[in-house]
Design a binder for this molecule. Structure first.
Ligand code: ADE
Ligand code: ZN
Length: 337
């Protein structure tokens, strides 16, 4: 039986490497948690909140995203949010997922660091027990805050080190270049964390270079603006630096006008280790498979592209050699059908 390309991308085994867990909070859950916790929202209804999801750029999204996260107070809240995402991920045939979380968004409101990590971690543990799903946490520093605050957050994270796979950098990109966090990333590297950073989403290709050279990151989150710099593109291909691309996010935040204009196939055909991810699925109109289907509908995606995206997702994952080989064999078996 030959599957249509849409069925193929939906059913193929895959990993997700760029999902902000706070960006998986659906309006329904935001309202339920607000009620449970007695938090007041600036929107009268679920529909009114959803109607506000008309973004013009990254900052216009971030303002609403941080407001949405204000309903998260208890460990159970973090569990419920993560559980809901993991169920969606499981339905999309995601076998491995690496979750970003923004501790500073919560600790600034008086929520303890441990409440955040324990709630998310417990949901990941249950998903592993029930479905064999693997995953980990990537703690992001908010780049609109100071280096000093990042160091303080790192300090708070150390008791939970065993639960944290890596360190990332997110929030407002323009005006907050990677070099602002060079020293704290150097410390994180010494401590043995994997390193990633958002770069070249809205910001210039130069931020991708400085993320690589000054922060020593292993993957670039987004990175789509690298096509503005052919030399950098060559470097990314040559050094096999993975890019965690988020197609629906790029459209919602006006990085590209339409999906037909997205450069993901250019990147893939140039040999870059591109992966597809959902970024903030509750805000951008879809989870992993929605992103893949949107690409298939708008671009001349071929079967070999789909297989490469699935293989890239596991090759770019922070997993040990044996698990990687096991997942890659599952991809190959799937495409051999
Ligand atoms: N935080 C959540 N989503 C983000 C994105 N797409 N870019 C930067 N920071 C983010
Ligand atoms: Zn992101």
């Amino acid at each position: 039986m030959t599957l249509s390309l849409i069925e193929l991308v939906k059913n193929m085994p895959k990993a997700e490497l760029h999902i902000h867990i706070e960006g998986s909070l659906e309006p329904e859950l935001i309202f339920a948690l607000a009620q449970r916790n007695g938090v007041e929202l600036n929107y009268p209804s679920i529909e009114a909140l959803r109607a506000a999801y008309a973004f013009t750029n990254l900052q216009s999204f971030l303002d609403i995203y941080y407001a949405g996260a204000s309903v998260l107070l208890t460990e159970q809240d973090f569990y419920d949010m993560t559980r809901a995402y993991l169920e969606r991920a499981h339905a999309d045939n995601i076998l491995h997922t690496e979750l970003f979380f923004d501790p500073q968004t919560h600790t600034a409101r008086g929520v303890e660091f441990g409440v955040v990590v324990n709630g998310i971690q417990r949901a990941l543990r249950d998903a592993h027990a029930e479905w064999g799903m693997t995953g980990g946490l990537i703690m992001c520093f908010l780049r609109h805050l100071s280096e000093e605050e990042a160091f303080l957050t790192l300090e708070q994270a150390l008791p939970y080190r065993e639960h944290i796979l890596g360190i990332g950098l997110d929030s407002s990109e323009r005006g907050h270049p990677p070099e602002k966090f060079a020293r704290v990333f150097a410390r994180c590297k010494e401590l043995g964390f994997h390193l990633v950073a958002h770069a070249g989403e809205e910001g210039p290709p130069a931020y991708i270079e400085t993320a690589l050279d000054l922060l020593q990151v292993e993957r670039i989150d987004h990175g789509v603006r690298c096509t503005d710099d052919p030399v950098l593109m060559q470097r990314l291909a040559l050094q096999a630096i993975p890019l965690t691309v988020c197609p629906l996010s790029n459209i919602k935040l006006c990085v590209f006008e339409t999906m037909a204009q997205h450069n993901i196939l250019t990147l893939l055909d140039a040999g870059l280790v591109v992966t597809v991810n959902s970024d903030d699925p509750a805000y951008f109109g879809g989870y992993m498979n929605d992103n893949l289907v949107a690409l298939v509908k708008a671009l001349p995606v071929q079967r070999h592209h789909a297989r490469q995206l699935a293989r890239n997702s596991f090759n770019a994952a922070f997993i040990d050699h044996n698990l990687k080989q096991k997942y890659l064999a599952q991809v190959d078996a799937f495409f051999a059908q």
